[in-house]
Design a protein around this ligand. Structure first.
Ligand code: ATP
Length: 360
């Protein structure tokens, strides 16, 4: 087990700056998720920690020792890829034992490690099968077992669940999280799937264009996104973003005559804004739909209805912008219905329209 640290790491490929002055510490035992859109630099960061890429500048440390000059093997970290890359002609047992055969190790010790890992992963009954005789989830567990037998200081995982179907992905998410907590191995996990990040990570680091946007617990990232990019990337349905102009204590939606009154924390943020142009962020659970006019509600029209069984998401047209509201499934509205909406000023988000930074 070990702490992983990157200090001002930059990695370029020709003109492309894949990782830009990036610093990050993954604490001992921690499960840290690197989250970001395609091309954000997640894989490059992971490969730099593994020693598969050499940074142009900056320092990579494992367990407080600089490892820039060490080979991947000398770093004693295990890499689990999106593609399991199991050897098709070897049994699950031999696939798992393979990394141990490179270094001389007594056969009995190899056997013990493989069987211990198989027991934890609940694949003892599958050890004689070849990859072609295993399901995707089982193959993924063999790949994890292969990483575990080395008893590495840390796991580096690059979208390991991407190739699984939706149902298996959900169950593997829970298994992997449980396993990581059980083993307590420091883990740096790459994904572009914000649900994976929110459900698995002790902390999430959000990356965009090679730069760190924000780092925090899933709750911090969800409740206080530091900029529009993080706000729109995390959360489903996506946060509604309304371009507004400050008019006294109210926010006028741009291009419309709809005026939203700001109270409480939102009013505080409105007063702290240094420019008139702002972006109001509303999550679906903070928007309330009314079937008749109420004092603080503004008129809206139902644009689309998404029933999800346990809840319903309504896409509502408000002043030319779409706002989403989450309601109980019993709340029945139809496309085209005229309604009114209000929102929770204590939970609304305000951003500077130009810098896209959160107004605290
Ligand atoms: P994805 O989720 O699509 O895998 P990512 O966030 O992992 O994306 P990287 O794979 O790290 O992003 O790529 C970051 C940038 O660096 C991209 O613009 C990519 O095209 C570029 N890049 C990565 N590897 C190389 C390479 N070997 N040669 C040239 N450019 C590269």
């Amino acid at each position: 087990m070990a702490e992983l640290a990157l200090a001002s790491v930059t990695k370029t490929f020709g003109e492309v700056v894949a990782v830009n002055d990036f610093s990050l510490t993954v604490h001992d035992h921690e499960f840290l998720v690197l989250l970001g859109p395609s091309g954000a630099g997640k894989t490059t960061t992971l490969r730099t920690v593994a020693g598969l890429e050499k940074p142009d500048s900056g320092k990579v440390s494992i367990d407080h020792k600089e490892v820039n000059a060490l080979t991947p093997a000398e770093r004693n970290v295990a890499f689990v890829f999106q593609f399991y890359a199991l050897y098709p002609f070897m049994t699950a047992y031999d696939n798992m034992a393979f990394p141990l055969k490179a270094n001389p190790m007594p056969k009995a010790e190899i056997d013990k490690r493989v069987r211990d890992a198989a027991r934890i992963l609940q694949i003892e009954h599958l050890l004689k099968r070849k990859p072609g005789q295993l399901s995707g989830g089982e193959q993924q567990r063999v790949a994890l077992g292969r990483a575990m037998v080395r008893r590495p200081q840390a796991y580096l995982m690059d979208e390991p669940l991407t190739n699984l179907d939706a149902k298996l992905r959900t169950s593997m998410r829970a298994e992997l999280k449980h396993l990581q907590r059980d083993l307590g191995v420091t883990t740096l996990y790459v994904t572009h799937d914000q649900i994976e990040a929110m459900t698995m990570g002790d902390r999430i680091a959000v990356l965009k264009k090679g730069r760190l946007q924000q780092i925090g617990t899933p709750r911090e990232i969800y409740e206080s996104p530091l900029n529009i990019s993080v706000a729109s990337f995390v959360g489903h349905p996506m946060m509604a973003l309304l371009r507004c102009r400050i008019a006294g204590d109210a926010l006028q939606i741009e291009g419309s005559n709809v005026s939203l009154s700001a109270t409480g924390s939102l009013l505080g943020a409105v007063k702290r804004a240094t420019k008139q142009q702002v972006v109001l962020g509303l999550r679906s659970e903070d928007v309330t739909v009314h079937v008749s006019a109420t004092p603080d509600a503004v008129p809206a029209e139902v644009y689309a209805v998404e029933p999800l069984g346990d809840r319903c998401i309504y896409d509502l047209q408000v002043g030319g912008t779409l706002v989403r509201a989450r309601t109980d499934p019993e709340f029945m509205l139809n496309q085209g219905d005229r309604v009114w909406i209000s929102f929770d000023s204590e939970r609304a988000h305000l951003f500077d329209a130009q810098t896209e930074e959160r107004i605290a």
